[in-house]
Ligand binder design. Sequence first.
Ligand code: CAA
Ligand code: NAD
Length: 289
Amino acid sequence: MSEIQRVGVIGAGQMGGGIAQVAAVSGFATKVYDASSDALARCRALHEKLLARAVEKGRMSQEDAEAAKGRIQYVDDASGGLDALSDSDVVIEAIVEDAEVKRDLFARLSKMFTGDQILATNTSSISITEIAAATDCPERVIGMHFFNPVPVMKLVEVIKGLATSEDTTERTIALATKMGKTPVPANDRAGFVSNRVLMPMINEAFYAWMEGVAEPEHIDEIMKLGCNHPMGPLRLADFIGLDTCVHIMDVLADGLNDERYRACPLLKQLVAAGRLGDKSGRGVYEHAR
Ligand code: CAA
Ligand code: NAD
């Protein structure tokens, strides 16, 4: 069993960018690939900003920040594409929450990685077994579910698919721990634990807004002050990405086969209007980018 030294991250959005940053800070040689060069440029700029802030706040020395930056390589299609990640010991996928797109990618990954590399997915809700079934190495596929913002949040939900091996699970737990995270197991049911519980609450907040129970600001204030949540559910939806929230609700509705998980029409309407939350500059609220 080879030791994990090189981490490949696929997707440089909110989650992939955070995972790549934490991997590099934790000492791993890290490559992050995105199909969009613009997303990669934003990811690199955010790394610069967050590492400079860590130095300013005295959480990291200048030398350590420089060393972490030096361990990250940003890859787009012009600089090698996905193939440039082929020397990775583990790949962590963080692309769009769409089962078909993820299955296509994992089918390709299983042809690229024929040794004992781990193929991890950061999916929020999609069945690990279903993603793994697109490969010919389901024993090496696992859910490694980080939380947003990755540099701050301690949890990694670890989800085994039907065929995931003990060896893959143990190495994933060791990796998450080395990244400074707390791995906690959950079973492979739609939404696992985190989004089975969190996302219906967020969805219900959209229904409350749609039905005029209160204004968005008041819904958020009530949940912040009344339940001690750091962000209200509508603010959190913007933070997660409204498109991702709809994808997760669709997976819950299909996977748990229950009408109560259908995405709120108002949430779907905002997505249709391109109001995706922080990442597009506007969702429930306006956001400076
Ligand atoms: N990336 C990296 N670091 C960030 C960040 C980001 N996007 N946003 C904030 N931070 C850091 C800041 O740098 C700051 O650290 P310093 O004080 O050392 O500079 C620290 O977090 C606190 O930030 P702020 O003081 O600006 O703001 P805050 O106290 O309101 O905290 C927050 C911000 C940590 C995001 C907090 O509001 C929070 O915990 N919100 C809830 C987050 C949450 O629930 N995440 C889970 C989402 S669900 C999910 O991830 C699963 C899924 O599948 C959808
Ligand atoms: P995002 O929209 O911020 O980023 C996705 C990135 O993937 C984009 O930069 C896009 O260009 C890239 N991409 C899409 N298809 C690609 C492909 N085939 N090859 C390479 N790059 C591709 O999304 P995100 O919020 O980072 O979410 C990514 C994954 O993480 C999703 O599965 C989501 O459910 C999961 N997740 C999200 C959160 C959250 O709070 N946003 C939390 C935990 C897990």
